[in-house]
Write a protein that binds this ligand. Structure first.
Ligand SMILES: *Cc1c(COP(=O)(O)O)cnc(C)c1O
Length: 272
């Protein structure tokens, strides 16, 4: 993947879970959002019940990327108080434009270039895609300068796809040890994107891998670090993620409606 800005041509495959226009109509009123949020929450609850977990152990993070300000304000009126955004500049612009909503917080969930660390350090409450020491160092430096701290999730590549985002599972232990040097970063857990597939049998092992890795790492964590959270699951697969242990699910289209652009616009889905 070389150009992150040009939309890629639509894939020549049949519709998958990532082609969701029929399934997720655009929410256009507070009532639509109340309804969609209740729907997602009830499915979260069912998924929890199916594996004997408490629904309160899963946080729903609505993802508002590409959604316009008017719609975001409707979702705020319906109760959303933290929103996930994939691209930092878009998130920063929305943070500025909606500064009047003083209890609305922003979670940056997509890949971040080191030269944009300063922006994240300035306004974000949470960052889900930490994947390099250079980035950790840059974030920590800017956070220290601002007198802020940031909740971070380490992104892990569990699909084995040749995506450049996310650490290889085997590299996470030493990465966590190095992270303990950065006192402005509060390591909360791990994050992953499952393989892009409509087949549960291919998706589930990605989530299981992240949980197993977390359980293993917990036994040898640096002093003072916890690894409680697993950020995994999106509109098409959050129930599977919950069955495999997700504590944060990042759900966009099932709340806001289908996006116009394919997922390949937001992250690499094939090898470069
Ligand atoms: C867009 C996005 C999501 C949410 O995807 P939906 O299909 O809208 O639920 C989750 N995680 C990341 C990193 C994203 O970029």
């Amino acid at each position: 993947m070389t150009d992150q800005h040009a939309p890629r041509p639509a894939p020549l495959t049949p519709p998958t879970r990532h082609d969701q226009h029929g399934r997720y109509p655009k929410a256009t009123s507070v009532n639509d959002f109340v309804h969609n949020l209740a729907m997602v929450r009830s499915r979260i609850e069912s998924a929890c019940l199916s594996v004997g977990r408490s629904a309160s152990s899963v946080r729903l993070l609505p993802v508002s990327k590409t959604v316009d300000e008017a719609s975001i304000r409707l979702s705020y009126a319906a109760g959303c108080r933290m929103l996930g955004e994939n691209k930092v500049q878009e998130a920063h612009r929305k943070w500025q434009d909606m500064a009047d909503l003083s209890d609305l917080r922003w979670s940056v969930i997509g890949h971040l270039q080191t030269n944009k660390a300063k922006l994240v350090a300035h306004f974000a409450a949470e960052f889900h895609a930490l994947d390099s020491l250079r980035l950790a160092q840059a974030l920590d430096r800017h956070l220290q300068a601002e007198g802020r701290s940031l909740d971070v999730f380490v992104q892990v590549n569990t699909s084995g796809e040749a995506s450049k985002y996310g650490l290889a599972p085997d590299d996470v232990a030493s990465f966590l040890r190095d992270l303990s040097a950065f006192s402005a970063l509060r390591v909360r857990g791990l994050m992953t994107l499952a393989v892009m597939s409509g087949e549960a049998d291919r998706v589930r092992p990605c989530f299981a891998r992240l949980r197993q890795l977390r359980d293993r790492l917990r036994q040898e964590l640096p002093e003072g670090m916890a690894l409680d959270e697993l950020s995994m699951g999106m509109s098409g697969d959050y129930e599977i993620a919950i069955q495999e242990g997700a504590t944060v699910v990042r759900v966009g289209q099932a709340i806001y409606g289908a996006r116009a652009l394919p997922d390949s616009f937001y992250w690499p889905v094939t090898s470069p």
